[in-house]
Ligand binder design. Sequence first.
Ligand code: 5AD
Ligand code: SF4
Length: 469
Amino acid sequence: MEIQVDKQEKYIFIETFGCQMNENDSERIASVLKGMNYRVTDTIDKADMIILNTCSIRDKAEQKVYSALGRLKKIKLNKPNLIVGVGGCVAQQEGEKLLKRAPHLDVVFGTHNIHRLPTLIKEVNIKKNRIAATDFYNSIEDSFSDVYADDSLTDESKRVKSFVAVMRGCDNFCSYCIVPYVRGRELSRRSKDVLADVNRLAESGIKEVTLVGQNVNSYGNKNQDISFSELLQTVCKVNGIERVRFITSHPKDLSEELINLFGDEEKLCRHIHLPVQSGANIVLERMSRGYSREDYLNKIYKLKQLYSDIGITTDVIVGFPGENESQFLETMSLVKEVEFDNIFSFKYSPRPETKAAAFGDQIPDSVKEERLRILQDAQREITLSKNKAMVGKIVDVLIEGRSKVAKVKKGTNNNQFTGRTSCNKVVNILEQSFGLTDEDIGKILQVRVERASYNSLLGVVENQMHFSG
Ligand code: 5AD
Ligand code: SF4
């Protein structure tokens, strides 16, 4: 019998840093390498290849990558045939420099180079070359038509929900943001490719899809495809898909048409992530965001007026260059006025090539730290009180799997299940719902909320079929 080394099953371990775009890219990496007989493993010792899929949105994220890369040095020393690769935003940003910095690194592949991985890996294996591939490919045909998620990544929830990339890159050039430099110009996938992807996922049993892109509201603008609202409507029609989400929206591009869609499309989850970044007009202007505090609040009021149950989350940056105390207080007042369900808040971090990194009036870290603490403390109370207001309500929960974070009492099994509401709150199902089994994963169940904490809600399943049987 002929034995071909290439036909042997090999294992790949992927560590993903950063945003949903990267999570989706990791799935794509797994799917591209499947063709080379690599299967995903979550055991690093078993791996023939280790890939770090990296993020450089803030300096802290970038430093995490270097620490992870450092840890791989010893593993490679003990296993010389191991292939070590770095992809994602740090790979794009640093390119060849990474190879110099880490002699145990074999391949660096930028954000547009996932489709080239088989060729790059062959070159590493056969020619024993070390390679950095960071070219941008600016047509869909080159590098973006075949994007599809692979379900071989090990997270249990991946059996229920999946991300689908609808676009990549960004043309907005917000003055603090590195994304346009590391992910290139905005490029939308063809709607028929997106739809084929969603249909395939539905057939494989996926119940919830989240359409992802840096700025989904401008989907299709450049290639005269359907609008994002139309795309959402089409995706909502796919049989088997019960829930549709999207991320991230830009406040300046959030259309009336899209706002109204929350009322028209039952499958469209009542949650929007709408990054505000700052509550002060002068800061928003220096950030080049393209909207004012008032514009933002008007859109929020419209959303809240139409759908009182909508979940609204946001991103906020504190300590942007030149941000003074009263401008920071304007952010605080906006956060208190909107009462977001949650916020992701960050200290401003100067990034290479960006406009704001060259601004003269940088803020000391101690001030940023203090502002972040004040903001997070205030939001913690808002989140908690909004979660508490859910107690007693009956919510629809898509069951994603068994709860990993549940603190299981000694001597009992982990039979707590977890899922999310339409408005994106995590709900853990209390043990009283003991009738739940793995069969219920992927179902939408009605849950009565009994308790609420900052991170999640706890509830019991209402009218559970199992109880009557
Ligand atoms: N510093 C701090 N936060 C940043 N973000 C993007 N760039 C920076 C930066 N240079 C935040 C923004 C964005 C989120 C994904 O990350 O809030 O919405
Ligand atoms: Fe960055 Fe602004 Fe583009 Fe968002 S819209 S990815 S913050 S440049």
